[in-house]
Design a protein around this ligand. Sequence first.
Ligand SMILES: Nc1ncnc2c1ncn2[C@@H]1O[C@H](COP(=O)(O)OP(=O)(O)OP(=O)(O)O)[C@@H](O)[C@H]1O
Length: 244
Amino acid sequence: MNNTLAVKVENLTKTFGGNDIIKNCNMSVQKGTIYGFLGANGAGKTTVFKMLSGLLTPTMGEALVLGKDTVQQRNEILQNIGTLIDIPIFYEHLSATKNLEIHLAYMGADTTDISSYLSMVGLKKTGTQPVSKFSLGMRQRLAIARAIAHKPQLLILDEPINGLDPMGIREMRELFLDLVKSENMTILISSHILTVIEHIADTIGVIVDGTVVREVSMSDIKAKFPKGLEDYFMAIMMGRDVDA
Ligand SMILES: Nc1ncnc2c1ncn2[C@@H]1O[C@H](COP(=O)(O)OP(=O)(O)OP(=O)(O)O)[C@@H](O)[C@H]1O
């Protein structure tokens, strides 16, 4: 695998109950970039993310994450990625700090920076309050802190800004950009909030009915669709020729 790639997916297929949910997907994510993964409800984004994170095994094809095979070298990959996929599960009776401490100890990572990660996601003042008392947005912020606190090389974030207020969305947008710039992380992110993706992504991948149909740089999209990413995405959804 080209070592400038954080993710390389070749002919990935996933079948559930005889139905091909993911069909011959190909994707390439460059290291040190943000890749926005877009698709309608049910298109297959979460299923692809689960295969990249070793939560599901591909039926056919191959996925390499940080140069390692997601099936053969799953455990080596898990040390070096941070994920937010599906509804995050926490120790409900414990504080945000304690939850991060347990996670970092499990990952064999340094626990000294916990308060700085909590402040990065706006949870510094939650103190000893148990997670069971957290709002949806606070849980989402804690899930983001947990995904980044062991300093992974790659973040896989499925709808990470769901449930955040406008201030939270802006803060997370800035945080993601900063993680790429200062920590050289790579971020693979899905969201239906296209204005956010447009602001942060270097590359856009679009999945339609289980197949990645486009992979294009954000600058090329802006050049052809001056009104922005929403117009580009809608044109694909309506079957218009976006490459002309
Ligand atoms: N374990 C499973 N068994 C059977 N079908 C499944 C399973 N997991 C997902 N699917 C189906 O796979 C398809 C893709 O689902 P997926 O959650 O990957 O889509 P998505 O693009 O993430 O959607 P959304 O934007 O709504 O989150 C859906 O039709 C879903 O019902």
